[in-house]
Design a protein around this ligand. Sequence first.
Ligand code: ADP
Length: 507
Amino acid sequence: MMKNVTFEEKMSSYMDAGFPILYINTFEETKAVKSILDVAGGRDVLEWNYADGLTMYKKGIATEEEKGNLSRTPIITVLEQLMTEGWLDLQGTILILRDIHYYFEQPEVIALLKNLVIKINNGMDTTIVLIAPVIKIPPELEKFITIMEIEYMGFSEIRQTIENFIETYGLPKVNGKLLDELAMAFKGLTKFEIDNLLALAYSNDGELTRSDLKVIFEQKKQMIMKSGILEMVNVTETVEDIGGLDNLKTWLTKKAKVIKNINAAEAFGVDVPKGVLIAGVPGCGKSLNAKAAASLFEVPLLRLDMGRLMGKYVGESEGNLRKAIALAEAIAPCVLWIDELEKAFAGINSNSGGGEVTTRLFGNFLTWMQEKSSPVFVVATANNIMALPPELMRKGRFDDIFYVGLPDKVERQKIFEIHISKRRKKDLISIDISKLVAKSNGYSGADIEGVIKDAIENVFADAKESLATDDVLSAMQNTHSLSEIMKKPLEEMNKEYQERKFKNASK
Ligand code: ADP
């Protein structure tokens, strides 16, 4: 495998090239500081953070700074002092600022940073490094800042990391298959996290076993959650839990064959699947299909929260999207589920400031979809197709677009059966499903699930022994189905889908 430029090497070359501000976007702030100390060479390093104030490192060692008590000095004071001649000479130093993103609301902080940049641009040999777990860049500083993100390790690099760990600590060897599985499970984690998890796994019972995979998976979930944008969804649903939508299920099953044998498929000349857009009526199984896809493909399901992606600072939203994509690609093969796609791109092409960000974000997303060659399978779901920009639906973005409508008779029958069996399997044979089907025209899958839940609760509250047809029928009388509530929009949507010639998910 080709050796990539390491994070440290890249940082070092940026510093040598005189970039005034580097912005390291990471949760591992202490590790970032350590990397900076490693590349500092002969340079002194100053670090400010909220808890400790200013610390001076000489040759990598924290020193008692002679300039008096610098601990807990507020950032404004520090920046003002640094601008004062004869205080601390910044020439030839690296200035690390942590926690500073909390202070970007203060114009003084921005102005002082800008003054420092001017000095650097006028020849002062200093690099300012901002470290923060989020990307928050004030517009005034945008053009001086270079964002650096941690890069995730590839499969073989991770495998090597595990082997090195085993060798370094003289631990019992593990077989090749388990090694592969561990390396797969570690995807998306940093070297630091991997080392920690390995240490944890070994300290449990002195060896690495298959049972450690579970621990790794749990930890990984935590870590992904901390990113704040992606969520790793626990999937228990399979295609068996979906009533109807046979067309879509068959389509997904075919893709599963490709994804599960991606290397052979590619060698054969099959394109790597990109993903699917599933649009249509709320409560009719779109999310269910996203989950079923992950279980069919036997890969993790990552949910991207578009609402949380949007930030108010320049570059924040794009940075978040980049981060989400990088993480998904690191974890790949996986399903990336973009829920309520229309919410993210609703403001598109509008003239407001927000619209501009959305348009840019949308452009980035389209480009990624277009060029994507990694096995990140996107399942985008949308309730309102009318709000989606037409570019999204052009060829080359998604492999296909499906529309999910209200279930027909046969589908409703399946859905009733599924939800009754889930909760009261033994009552299923005595229930007259055809009666329920006849009375449930216009019900969504979620409506059906709702009446079954209500009916079962009522039966229990009334201390009856089992669920009967009449119990469900009376629960239905108290329900307003989706099509009653949204008759008009549903009709309009159906027309739109037919005009746009989307594939029907059902048949
Ligand atoms: P949406 O289309 O809004 O994403 P969901 O997939 O979240 O709808 O459906 C909500 C719930 O309704 C599901 O968790 C499931 O229990 C039930 N449901 C909807 N459609 C179906 C279906 N076709 N088969 C079985 N259950 C369904």
